[in-house]
Design a protein around this ligand. Structure first.
Ligand code: SF4
Length: 135
């Protein structure tokens, strides 16, 4: 088991994400009102209805790909994390240090920091590169 580095304080990050999301949503609404919804705007949350808000029991305390522990009492919602249904400049759950992978049929993946099911092709504001990418 790898040593768990200190947890990153999430409150300042979440405040930034929340502020950015409000500005982004406001901007999107403004654009949609004037010109209709663009494909990139539609992509932001299109997958959320397909994702379960729960993770299978065995994932509740499972470790991430880098051995980070998942504490179900210390995680945030996808909304709080600024989760979007797309990658961000090459960053995505598949190469994030917090990813918990799954071969379970019908279940995509989980995360040590964010509640519910996630997809390996998506991204959130808590992203940190997996250790294999830092070497
Ligand atoms: S990008 Fe966000 S949701 Fe995806 S694995 Fe990393 S912390 Fe979890």
């Amino acid at each position: 088991m790898a040593d768990n580095p200190p947890k990153v304080p999430r409150r300042p990050i979440l405040q930034t994400i929340t502020t950015a999301s409000v500005v982004g949503v406001t901007g999107c609404l403004g654009d949609a009102d004037q010109e209709g919804e663009s494909p990139s705007e539609r992509a932001e949350g299109w997958c959320l209805e397909e994702l379960s808000d729960e993770v299978p029991e065995e994932f509740e305390t499972m470790e991430s790909v880098d051995g980070r522990e998942r504490d179900p009492d210390d995680i945030v919602t996808r909304e709080e994390a600024g989760y979007v249904c797309r990658s961000e400049n090459g960053q995505l759950c598949a190469n994030c240090t917090f990813l918990i992978t799954s071969n379970r049929s019908g279940f995509a993946a989980a995360c040590t920091e964010v509640s519910g099911e996630i997809r390996t092709t998506d991204w959130c504001g808590l992203y940190q590169p997996a250790e294999r990418l830092e070497e």
